[in-house]
Design a protein around this ligand. Structure first.
Ligand code: ATP
Ligand code: MG
Length: 276
């Protein structure tokens, strides 16, 4: 196997201000992500998804354990600039990530920090703003945007930097269902263009087509494999507190009534199974 772009080696993490007796946010997590992979990271509230995301760009450091990005440890402060160039993060709450007074300046901010020449910055702002549907908003104050418009602004700002790894922490939580679908298509596009994607969500509909699913429960990995394998184990799915996609729930309800169909992950698959 070629050298993974992201490695977590027996990583645990406890927040410094967590009350005594609280279990660690992550316990003994090991994970390798190859270049160009698409990994859906799922789990109930509090299962450790955002904590794992923060470890990937060195915002927090594992103890014990080791987090490596492109072979470089996040424990060495000298590596952090490189690591943050490699890993683009879209945080769960867009307000925490918007820094400038206009949408255009916000997208420009990271590019300026990277020392990109001004005409190239203009080009990238225009390209990403168009791609993420904020071209009309470039002059607006982010403070007054809707939640979904803020999420698009943040994503445009991160993608404009062309990171090799994109970590997206529930990036569609504020989008309407049509925008959610469009957004997933955009992420797939970035993935096809060669980016490595870590997509965090608790909406199972969004990730049935992901090649690899990693499920967290109480800070530990309880599943790592294809989504189909996860949803074909109803007890495991239930114990993680996640609701399977609608098609899976319908298949299971039909099976409970004696109608055995090949397991379906999407409504298209379900319709095909029923009609066959
Ligand atoms: N800054 C913090 N200080 C102390 N404890 C924290 C902090 N952030 C998270 N935790 C705790 O760590 C555990 C994991 O939280 P985390 O935010 O990683 O979960 P999550 O899977 O992202 O949940 P959600 O779906 O709600 O976003 C939880 O028990 C949470 O209470
Ligand atoms: Mg979270």
């Amino acid at each position: 196997m070629p050298k993974p772009i992201v490695t977590l080696n027996e990583v645990s993490y406890r927040y410094p201000h967590a009350p005594g007796g609280t279990p660690p946010a992550l316990s003994n997590v090991s994970l390798d992500i190859a270049r160009g992979e698409f990994v859906a990271l799922v789990g109930a509230n509090g299962s450790g998804k955002s904590t794992l995301a923060r470890l990937l760009n060195g915002l927090i450091r594992p103890a014990p354990g080791e987090a490596l990005v492109d072979g470089k440890s996040t424990a060495d402060p000298a590596n952090l600039d490189r690591i943050r160039e490699t890993v683009g993060m879209v945080f769960q709450n867009p307000d925490s990530q918007i820094v400038a007074t206009t949408v255009g300046d916000d997208i420009a901010f990271g590019l300026e920090n990277m020392g990109i020449p001004p005409d190239e910055i203009e080009r990238r702002i225009e390209e990403t703003a168009r791609r993420f549907g904020v071209a009309e908003l470039l002059g607006r104050e982010p403070h007054w945007l809707s939640g979904g418009q803020k999420q698009r602004t943040v994503l445009a700002g991160v993608v404009a930097l062309r990171p090799r790894v994109l970590v997206l922490d529930e990036p569609t939580s504020m989008l309407d269902s049509r925008s959610q679908r469009e957004f997933r298509e955009l992420i797939d596009e970035l993935w096809r263009d060669g980016a490595t994607i870590v997509y965090i969500t608790h909406l199972m509909e969004e990730i049935v087509t992901a090649p690899r699913l990693v499920a967290l429960q109480d800070g530990a990995i309880v599943y790592d494999g294809a989504p189909r394998g996860f949803f074909s184990q109803p007890e495991l799915t239930a114990s993680t507190g996640l609701t399977p996609p609608l098609a899976v729930r319908i298949s299971q309800a039909l099976a409970a009534r004696g109608h055995r169909l090949p397991p379906a992950l999407s409504l298209t698959e379900l319709v095909e199974a029923v009609c066959a």
